[in-house]
Design a protein around this ligand. Sequence first.
Ligand SMILES: Cc1cc2nc3c(=O)[nH]c(=O)nc-3n(C[C@H](O)[C@H](O)[C@H](O)COP(=O)(O)OP(=O)(O)OC[C@H]3O[C@@H](n4cnc5c(N)ncnc54)[C@H](O)[C@@H]3O)c2cc1C
Length: 510
Amino acid sequence: MEGIDVIVIGTGMGGLSCGAALARMGQRVLALEQHYVPGGMTHTFKRKNYIWDVGVHCLGEMDEGRFPRRILDWLTDKQIAMHKYDKVYDSFHFPDGVKIDLPIDRDQYFADLVRRFPDEEKGLKAYKKAVDKAAKSGYGHFFTQLLPHVWGKLLTPILAHSFKRWSQTTTQKVLERTIQNGQLRTILAAQWGYYGPPPSRSSFYIHAVTTRHFWHGGFYPVGGSKVFGDALVRAIQQGGGEVLTRTPVKRVIFENNRAVGVELQNGQLYHAPVVISAIGAKATVSNLLPPEFQQSSWAQSIMKLTQSPCHVALYLGLEGNILEGGARASNQWFYESYDLEKTAWDVSDPNSLAPILYVSFPSLKDPKHEGGHTAEVVTFVPYQAFTQWEGTAKGKRGDEYLRFKKNLEQRLLAQLFKWMPKLKQHVVHCEFSTPLSTVHYCRAPQGAIYGISPTPERFACKSLRPATPYKNFYLTGSDVGTLGVVGAMIGGVLSAARLKPKIWGKLRND
Ligand SMILES: Cc1cc2nc3c(=O)[nH]c(=O)nc-3n(C[C@H](O)[C@H](O)[C@H](O)COP(=O)(O)OP(=O)(O)OC[C@H]3O[C@@H](n4cnc5c(N)ncnc54)[C@H](O)[C@@H]3O)c2cc1C
């Protein structure tokens, strides 16, 4: 490619959104992806007649006219249709038989809770207000992220004052302040799996923004999550750019502290006046930057942050009438305890259960689902359980790994059938992924499911913003925005808008 304006490294939702936004502003973008398909955690995979998503089950704020939907429509020229869940999008199941459905209407949700916990009406009102205020406080924060250094320093104390208050407290603290009943606190925080850390460690901002994200229901992309990558790649190509797969980037090339291009693993060089990394902030520092940059205070402040947890997943192929087997379009969360601080499955204990199972049936959510029925079952695990196989090649990790994996697969299946006994007879295919699969396919450090963990420390870190101390070198993706598909998309657009501020005008008018 001649005349590249911008190189984007990594083609997850963040990188592709950033590339597509710049392409829509007339830039020729070259996006480079190490995997053999674009999309990052939005890619899908197929075995026989079955297709699974690896990292998308449910999105919020996709009703026509909502800001995230307007962004998606602008980036993709309205090429993506979103299917709204019918009535209920999430269901929580607790060990004592309590089942809580999350309806697609916020008012109904709170009315249901007040009926169940009448003494908590006042507390629920205060909690709802706190969620609303905290989520909205992000606007000021993200605006200041885009300002040049001096202006940012001057205006942050004013514009991000409220954000500081909400992001620097934990979910647990706000719940303790507003809600007396322990069971209700658990119910309100039970979606923690959508952002990672438990209530004692998560920033209340991420809890609020995630909770509010789903206040008007959940959505699933028609055609499965690969439609995000397909549409965004098209947008980049329509702008004269290109997306290359199987092109792992080895390093960013700097001249006098200014990014001028990249070198691929195979030694090939690409030059461009702007380089944007969408592979995650920590991976950027440790994998792409020269050693002397890694020592800078900017880099060190990023490396100090913790990664979000990693996961294992079952990918099931199903046949027959799976509704009779208990499958539903809504996501099913199975909790083994009301204690949400138990997050990761202690796989080293042969008798342990995963504290939480998240079960999704994509084929029931997608009106245009291709192939047979499918299910995805996700739970969190400690990364240390897998470190002995770190660095081994996929498919060549040895017999001990295969035995360990098989054992986990069987235990997880048994736990699933404990909750959904009738599903067993419908299962005809089973595949199991570990955090090493996430490292292999998405190069996520320590297999982290959502990038940097959304703790108060993350939101206090001034380095997680589009601009870096190095000229013409930027960060993007979920570590710059927030987590999830929409968070990564917003991160992508923020970084693009740092280069082309007129993007905001487009989003207002188009
Ligand atoms: C199991 C699971 C379930 C999830 N469920 C949901 C959900 O229901 N709703 C939701 O909103 N979000 C969900 N998420 C989260 C969401 O998928 C991610 O937050 C989001 O897609 C991250 O986008 P990203 O662009 O920041 O990063 P990524 O998608 O990780 O993209 C980074 C890309 O960079 C590439 N890369 C890395 N290193 C290099 C290199 N050196 N050279 C070239 N390319 C490189 C990677 O291969 C990858 O394609 C889920 C995630 C997982 C794992």
